[in-house]
Ligand binder design. Sequence first.
Ligand code: ADP
Length: 166
Amino acid sequence: MALIQVTAIYPGTFDPMTVGHVDVAQRASKMFDDLIIGVAANPNKRPYFSLDERVAMAREILSDLPNVTVQPFDGLLVEFAAEVDANVIVRGLRAISDFEYEVQIAAVNRHLAASIETVFIAASQDYTFLSSSIVREIESHGGEYAEFVHPLVVDAFSLKRQAESS
Ligand code: ADP
């Protein structure tokens, strides 16, 4: 057992949370004492789901993991990490294409806050192709995407589509 309490943050836009994200969260929750899912407001990405919707879905989806909490944040990740006393940042790596960007972000975060370590978790082979944007793309064209997300995400998409068409 580690001598210090290790709190990790798994940050992302989670627009919406996919089974790939859930897989990373489940594995990270076994590695650290506490895991905080940091849902980034990310207004420049113009998320399809609001911050409140993304947080509510992530809370419900991960409610069976006792050491996992979900919190929204805005602004610099390292500042949020300091606020919640986190010493580790978790990111998922799907492919070489993720690598360059993720390593760059990790280097910037280390520059800004040297005491916070970034840990990469390799995506499960089944989910290396999976991203929130792929899910949104399939859904917007009426394709079958239910296997890539928790059922409550499918319900959330239907509700939003109904609201848009009324
Ligand atoms: P961001 O906008 O910060 O990239 P995302 O919600 O797209 O947020 O992703 C959050 C994190 O989860 C990133 O580290 C991303 O690489 C990782 N991730 C996304 N999809 C998967 C997946 N299918 N398997 C493993 N990790 C993933």
